[in-house]
Ligand binder design. Structure first.
Ligand SMILES: O=C(O)CCC(=O)C(=O)O
Ligand SMILES: [Fe+2]
Length: 205
């Protein structure tokens, strides 16, 4: 069976190849509001510093690494925070929603990003670290302010484009997305709190 064959709950196919799909109403609006409030209040949000060209730069957002697998960041090893029940419930909802579309997924880790306002952001990157494997599949769940994720092709074969990420939506970045494209969360004027959860499978060997 084609991994991405359409079905009744196929979400919105934004791109065929590599596959980019968006699903609305993952949790339902009350549950999504409650999840945003709890993650905001209950996690130990960190602002790590990155060393670039000999200078220290605090990242322009806060984040938490969570899950079962150690991860590397800026050349260092970190142990993740154990699963928070809300993050686990969101993971299970995402896996179930994708399964209904015929997409089997497994996630042992999540990077949670917290953007306090429109100034907070994430620069251009691909999630292509070797421990994510050859063709990683990443599920990104958005809570709070709707901020677009901007994509650009590495070989500039086509123009860059935005993907809106409404409250309580799920964006599936399928195999090839990290190889062919970069993405960024650019600064925006006048925007409230947003938390994203990017679920991954991290090899831990
Ligand atoms: O917050 C977002 O929508 C982007 C997050 C992201 O790109 C990441 O966690 O790697
Ligand atoms: Fe990313």
């Amino acid at each position: 069976m084609d991994l991405f064959s359409p079905s009744a709950d196929d979400g919105e196919r934004l791109l065929e190849r590599p596959p980019l799909h968006r699903f609305a109403r993952l949790l339902g609006s009350d549950a999504a509001d409650a999840a945003l409030a709890r993650l905001d209040a209950e996690l130990d949000w960190q602002r790590p510093t990155l060393r670039l060209y000999g200078r220290d730069h605090p990242i322009p957002r806060r984040q938490v690494w969570m899950g079962d697998a150690d991860y590397r960041y800026s050349g260092q090893h970190f142990a993740p925070t154990p699963w928070h029940p809300v993050a686990l419930a969101i993971r299970d909802a995402a896996v179930a929603r994708l399964a209904r579309t015929g997409i089997e997924t497994h996630f042992n880790s999540v990077l949670l990003n917290r953007y306090a306002d429109g100034d907070e952001r994430m620069g251009w990157h691909s999630d292509d670290e070797p421990e994510l494997g050859e063709a990683p599949l990443i599920a990104a769940v958005s809570l709070g302010a709707d901020r677009p994720l901007r994509f650009r092709w590495k070989d500039r074969r086509a123009p860059a484009f935005n993907v809106d990420q409404p409250h309580d939506s799920l964006l599936l970045m399928g195999p090839g997305t990290q190889a062919d494209l970069e993405h960024a969360l650019l600064p925006r004027r006048a925007h409230g709190l947003r938390i994203s959860l990017t679920f991954r499978w991290v090899r831990d060997d």
